[in-house]
Structures are given as structure tokens and as C-alpha cells.
Write a protein that binds this ligand. Structure first.
Ligand SMILES: [Zn+2]
Length: 400
């Protein structure tokens, strides 16, 4: 079952994605964020290309079958070199052994560095925006394709780099998170001035979310000159959280090349130019699984009038769940369920149809309450009521 399939015109693959590469000063270290990148095309032609980043991630994306990421060695304690390159604060890995696979990427990629973009006291500063919303900050994990061996070789290839982007936003109620600790204690003011370096030790997974379940994919560019169109972008839907104190800290923890506080180091969003944005979600996958087992039950049913009723009614609820899908797990808002679907049915019983019917219903209810967000709680209640009746019908007729 395809959800939210929107057909967009197919996209010419072009050049230029905006991330700082390596430690080298960008060609023309004179570039800056005075015009949020609108002037870069004057000196770097690729910045005017038609596969540029960042973009506003649109509402009408297409969706595809979920493929989980596999991270290798991301949980090892590693040595990182901290560097203020005048445009951002960047961490470069001293060990190129952190590997990224899966996630519908075209091959294996190796983590080389990560860096941040952020706003000011009164302005948001993420590069990508999500349906028009700009977040306070965004972190970019820059990987090069293993096949191309170096980051230098990779910047000239259309699929040379894979960048994972996470939005970062303030949660005024948050306890200090590992990310807060990272900014305020580990980075601190160690590289306050341009060209300063420092060394720190930490494990990448400390600052990443525990699951990487909902993400967007499109083809774009580095977001800094020379805007190489070499990036396979992954932007995660859920944001990382920092405290208000950390947000404030980030507006003065680094200076730019003019000795001013480095703030608003983001590029304006670029036109899509017909590119497709694809959404991958484990939640979509889960609904597909529910539908698969529902169809198995239907196929095994005896041919009687009530079985048609069963099929039609449960089908209707599945459609309802599909249209209530938001991709955001909002169990808190609805006051039910769990944040990790732990109460969900994880393994469907293949042999016992009475059991399977109960499991399909339970999984559908759980799915609905975890997804019927933003005022869609009513949909959840309708689904749970209706599917209980369908379940009882089955149990009665099949003498479960
Ligand atoms: Zn970046």
C-alpha cells in the first residue's frame, strides 16, 4: 500500500549541496552570511545551479518503503578535532571508521565531520525548513561515499556525500540533555575565535536520537560555497532538543571572521526545481504490515455474507488510519499508548486466526493512537470503537 503518493515531475540531477567540507577554508574565504547566501552565485557559479540546498521540505512529498539505517562504530568513544572555521563550529573525526549503511542510501558512507548552523537571540537559524517552519538550529553529519575513498574525490560526484540533518529546537521544559552537555561543557568556548582548534572525546550516539525512524530524502548540494551538487540529503522529521540556557549559549559561543558573535550562519532555502522529496517512515511500514495480515485473514475466511461485512468494515478503519497519518508519534497529546510502541503487537501469530484477528485490531488501535495527531484524537476514538465491533463479529462467527 502506498501512502501519500504524490507524483512530481522527475528531477534533473544537478550539482551543489551546502556543507563545509573538511578543514580547509573555502575557496574565497571572503564569503559570509550577510545576505544568507543570496550573493554567493556571483563568485561560485554552481551556487546558481538547479540542485541546490537547503530547501523547504514540502507537505506534498512522496513516500517509499521504510529502510532502517545501520550505524557502525557510532557508539565508540572517538577523538574529535574541534574547529572554528569562521562560518561554523565543526567537529572532524580522527578515525574514519564510523560507517553509515541502509536508509535507502546508494551505498556505504563514512562519517568525516559534523557542524552546526544556528540562529540569533531573536531569529531562527536552521537551513532546511519543514513545511515553512524554521528551527533554531540544524546539525549536519557529513559522510563521503566509501567507494570514492576521500571527501575530496566525493565532492565532484552526484552521490559523493550523504549528509544527515537534524533540526535542533529549544524545549523550555527539558532537563539538560547529552546535547546540552555537548555544547556547554564539551565544546564550551574552546574554539571561540576563528582558526582555533581543540580536541575532545565523545561517542556520536550520545547526541543522536535513539531511533532514526522518520526521514526525508532528496538530492541537493553543499549549503556553503562552492555549493557542490554532490549531496544525498537525509532530513529527520523529529527535532533534537536543547534547553533555553543552551540556546542562549549558542548565540555567543563562537566569533566570526570579523570578531562578531557568529549567528545566523544559514543559507536561505533554494527552489526545488521539480526535485522529488521522499518520506521514509517506520510508521508507514507498520500500517503496511497490519494490512498484510488483515488480507491474510480475509483470504482464509469462509465465503459467507458476514465475512464481506468484516472485510468492508475493517478496510474502512484502515483507510481512516491511513488518512490520519502525520508521521509524528503523538501518544502524549492523545494520552494513550507509548513512545516506542512497546504495547504494540510486535510479532503477529501466523497460525491462529482468532489470535491474529485480535492482534490486527490491537495493532491498528495502537497505530491510530500513536499517529492521530494534532486534533485527530477523534479519529482514534472512532477507529477503536468500530474495530472492536468488527473484532467481536469475527470472534462470534468463528467461535473464537
Ligand atoms: Zn551544514
Amino acid at each position: 500500500m502506498k501512502l501519500f503518493t504524490t507524483v512530481l515531475t522527475s528531477i534533473p540531477l544537478c550539482s551543489s549541496v551546502g556543507v563545509s567540507v573538511g578543514n580547509e577554508r573555502a575557496a574565497g574565504s571572503s564569503w559570509g552570511y550577510d545576505e544568507q547566501g543570496d550573493d554567493w552565485g556571483d563568485s561560485a557559479e554552481t551556487c546558481n545551479g538547479n540542485r541546490q540546498s537547503p530547501i523547504d521540505i514540502p507537505k506534498n512529498y512522496s513516500s517509499a518503503e521504510f529502510q532502517p539505517f545501520q550505524l557502525t562504530n557510532f557508539d565508540d568513544e572517538q577523538n574529535w578535532t574541534l574547529f572554528n572555521n569562521g562560518h561554523s563550529v565543526q567537529m572532524t573525526a580522527s578515525n574514519l571508521n564510523m560507517k553509515l549503511n541502509g536508509g535507502a542510501l546508494p551505498g556505504e558512507y563514512i562519517l568525516a565531520q559534523f557542524h552546526f548552523h544556528w540562529g540569533s537571540a531573536d531569529h531562527a537559524g536552521s537551513e532546511h525548513t519543514l513545511e515553512g517552519k524554521q528551527y533554531f538550529s540544524e546539525v549536519h553529519l557529513v559522510h563521503f561515499k566509501a567507494e570514492y575513498e576521500t571527501i575530496g574525490n566525493s565532492v565532484s560526484k552526484g552521490d559523493g556525500l550523504a549528509v544527515l540533518g537534524f533540526f535542533i529546537e529549544e524545549d523550555p521544559y527539558a532537563e539538560d540533555t547529552p546535547l546540552d552537555n555537548f555544547f556547554r561543557n564539551l565544546v564550551g568556548e574552546a574554539v571561540q575565535n576563528p582558526s582555533e582548534t581543540s580536541t575532545v572525546q565523545f561517542s556520536m550516539t550520545d547526541i543522536l536520537p535513539s531511533t532514526l525512524d522518520n526521514f526525508y530524502r532528496y538530492l541537493g548540494s553543499l549549503t556553503t560555497p562552492t555549493c557542490n551538487e554532490a549531496v544525498v540529503w537525509t532530513n529527520f522529521k523529529e527535532s533534537l532538543k536543547i534547553s533555553s540556557k543552551t540556546r542562549e549559549f549558542m548565540t555567543q559561543f563562537a566569533k566570526d571572521n570579523h570578531g562578531e558573535d557568529l549567528v545566523k550562519n544559514y543559507r536561505n532555502v533554494q527552489p526545488l526545481n521539480g526535485r522529488e522529496v521522499t518520506f521514509y517512515s517506520s510508521q508507514v511500514d507498520r500500517l503496511n504490515l497490519i494490512e498484510y495480515h488483515f488480507e491474510r485473514i480475509v483470504e482464509a475466511l469462509p465465503d459467507r455474507p458476514w465475512s464481506d461485512r468484516y472485510e468492508q468494515r475493517l478496510n474502512k478503519q484502515l483507510k481512516k488510519a491511513e488518512s490520519a497519518f502525520t508521521g509524528v508519534n503523538c501518544y502524549k497529546e492523545n494520552g494513550f499508548g507509548s513512545d516506542d510502541s512497546a504495547d504494540d503487537v510486535q510479532v503477529f501469530d501466523e497460525s491462529d486466526f482468532c489470535k491474529l484477528n485480535g492482534q490486527v485490531n490491537a495493532a491498528l488501535n495502537s497505530w491510530a493512537r500513536n499517529n492521530a495527531c494534532e486534533g485527530r484524537g477523534k479519529v482514534y476514538r472512532q477507529i477503536i470503537r468500530a474495530s472492536r465491533k468488527v473484532r467481536n463479529l469475527f470472534d462470534r462467527k468463528m467461535s473464537c
